[in-house]
Write a protein that binds this ligand. Structure first.
Ligand code: FAD
Ligand code: SIN
Length: 540
């Protein structure tokens, strides 16, 4: 196999991966340079689709402060958000958001040139910065892609998928195996710092707001490498994805900011229903709104409810929501006049590879940032727009940490690494699998039994069905194409979600069990690692 050596390799080109690459290249003079690897074209990611915005506890906003933001985050996190982590991320937000602006990100401003802030559910003040009205992710990723391309110390490898981490016999990460779908070839990248910025796993569910690439690859790779994985039962289902028909599976998001600007949820008879579920109504935490909609849909036996945005008025809709109103129009809906059909969809993976704010995982040399990581910020239910903030703050802090770390001697081959490379040097036996059909079977299982409301019988059914799919998929580690690799990873991630959901015999935040409706007095994290299996750690 072909090989190369880099001081740092970043996997993934969403907000976390792009910004980490940029900050590392700007801050550190690396002997062997930075390599940025991306499964698709640069910038293609969940980040690209972010709408509502990014939390900015910035000096430009006199109404906000760190303590308020911490309070809101901890409250939404339902007892599982880590206070210290939240404080670190919140405190860094002013410096990092202003650094993004310096690096070319443009946030929306009013006529006087002041930044404008919007409101989303469970935030006590307007604190969310946005770009292009409702195209914040596009604004951030396009600016970062430009900055990365203009920095000639960053090498870019597109259409290339990380498929295995190289772990030495003394359990350190020393590189990664990359598969290129266009050439069909595998290659080795040796590095003393491998950064996973591979995003979430929304694609393991039938209905999701996530694009096709969100197959949880980083979580699966880290798990196989023996890293600790935390809180995977907490999958956030966004309440309002555009539900034109039950056949539309990758669902376009109708941002929470639309409710932040006054839109109301109504049932098929045009009746508002949120007051039955929360005194915060449409702006209750996301898990509460999702379950309310789910219940209304079950009661009415319908596939969706509706969001009445006419109250916002045409002028504001055009200014604040050009992307959303455009997509509604393509589907024959004038959102200033007609209610939008909406239903919940899998949106965000709260758990992930256990990591601190600098991205350090339980394996030396392996770092995780962004949605693939679990820092403890989001707890059991992420506060809207905290995700992009976490991506950029952790990328910034990791670059800072690496500037004090020895990044020499990337190429090390010992017995452990040699064994792994051997697997990828062998040829794969058998025909290609129809991965589209297999993925879809898995997504149905996850939606039906491991979705918004769970119970023991359903979770055990899911466990058995997924085990069967695993047994039928006769691949060792090496696969024949990208779709097979993604399916391999989705099976791993689905199993971890099911195991963790079975383990948590309570309802908390986004994890809702009809057989254990109570929240236990003591909050705990669920941890899984391949070697020592399952564990719990109690929140102090
Ligand atoms: P991603 O942006 O998902 O990037 C992952 C990258 O890794 C991609 O480039 C992908 O191609 C690459 N990759 C994956 N696997 C591999 C592999 N094996 N090898 C190589 N490359 C790989 N959050 C907010 O804070 N505010 C919002 O307004 C908001 N709106 C959202 C709207 C939508 C529709 C969605 C889906 C999410 C939204 N979120 C929002 C959540 C937020 O966008 C994501 O959590 C965040 O962007 C994740 O960034 P990331 O860099 O960690 O991962
Ligand atoms: C949205 O705009 O509703 C999504 C915000 C988020 O996921 O944080």
């Amino acid at each position: 196999m072909k090989y190369s050596e880099y001081s740092v390799v970043v996997i993934g080109s969403g907000a976390a991966g792009l910004y980490a690459s940029l900050k590392i290249a700007q801050q550190i003079n690396l002997p062997e340079g930075v390599l940025l690897v991306s499964k698709s074209v640069l910038g293609a990611s969940n980040s690209r689709y972010a709408q509502g915005g990014i939390v900015g506890v910035v000096h430009q906003n006199p109404d906000d402060n760190i303590n308020l933001h911490i309070k809101d985050t901890l409250k939404a996190g339902a007892g599982l958000s880590d206070e210290k982590v939240t404080e670190e991320i919140s405190s860094a937000s002013d410096a990092v958001l202003n650094d993004l602006i310096t690096n070319g990100v443009e946030f929306d401003k009013d006529d006087k040139g002041n930044l404008t802030f919007t409101l989303e559910a469970a935030h006590s003040v307007r604190r969310i910065l946005h770009s292009g009205g409702d195209a914040t992710g596009k604004g951030i990723t396009e600016a970062l892609v430009r900055a990365v391309k203009n920095n000639d110390t960053i090498q870019i490898m597109e259409n290339s998928m990380a498929v295995e981490l190289l772990i030495s016999s003394n359990k350190e990460c020393k590189g990664v195996i990359i598969y290129n779908e266009q050439t069909g070839e595998h290659e080795i990248v040796y590095s003393s710092a491998v950064i996973l910025a591979t995003g979430g796993a929304g694609q393991v569910y039938k209905y999701t707001t996530n694009p096709d690439g969100a197959t949880g690859d980083g979580i699966a790779l880290a798990y196989e490498a023996g890293a600790e994985i935390e809180d995977m039962e907490f999958i956030q289902f966004h309440p309002t994805a555009l539900a034109i028909s039950p056949d539309s599976k990758n669902r376009f998001l109708i941002s929470e900011a639309v409710r932040g600007e006054g839109a109301k949820l109504i049932n098929k008879n045009g009746e508002e229903f949120m007051s039955k579920y929360s005194d915060k109504r449409e702006l209750a935490p996301r898990d509460v709104v999702t379950r309310a909609i789910f219940k209304e849909m079950s009661l009415e036996k319908t596939n969706n409810v509706f969001l009445n945005a006419s109250i916002i008025g045409l002028d504001k809709i055009m200014k604040r929501f050009p992307t959303i109103s455009g997509r509604c129009k393509e589907n024959g809906i004038d959102m200033a006049k007609r209610p939008i059909p909406v239903a919940p969809a899998a949106h965000y993976t709260m758990g992930g590879i256990k990591a601190d704010v600098e991205g350090r995982t339980s394996i030396k040399g392996l770092y995780a940032i962004g949605e693939t990581a679990c820092t403890g910020l989001h707890g059991a239910n992420r506060l809207a727009s905290n995700s992009l903030l976490e991506c950029v703050v952790c990328a910034y802090e990791l670059a800072d940490y690496l500037s004090f770390t020895n990044l020499d001697t990337p190429k090390i081959i010992d017995e452990g690494i040699k064994k792994m490379i051997d697997v990828y040097n062998r040829s794969v036996k058998g025909k290609e699998y129809d991965y589209t059909v297999l993925k879809s079977k898995l997504k149905d299982i996850m939606w039906n039994y491991v979705g918004i409301i769970r119970n023991e019988a359903g979770l055990i059914t899911a466990q058995k069905e997924v085990e069967k799919l695993k047994n039928d998929f006769k691949r060792q580690r090496k696969c024949l194409n990208q779709g097979e690799y993604e399916y391999r990873n989705m099976l791993t991630v689905a199993s971890i979600i099911i195991e963790s959901a079975l383990e948590r015999k309570e309802s908390r935040g986004a994890h809702c069990r009809s057989d254990y409706t109570q929240t236990l007095p003591e909050a705990f994290h669920s941890n899984i690692d391949k070697l020592s299996k399952k564990g719990l750690s109690y929140v102090k």
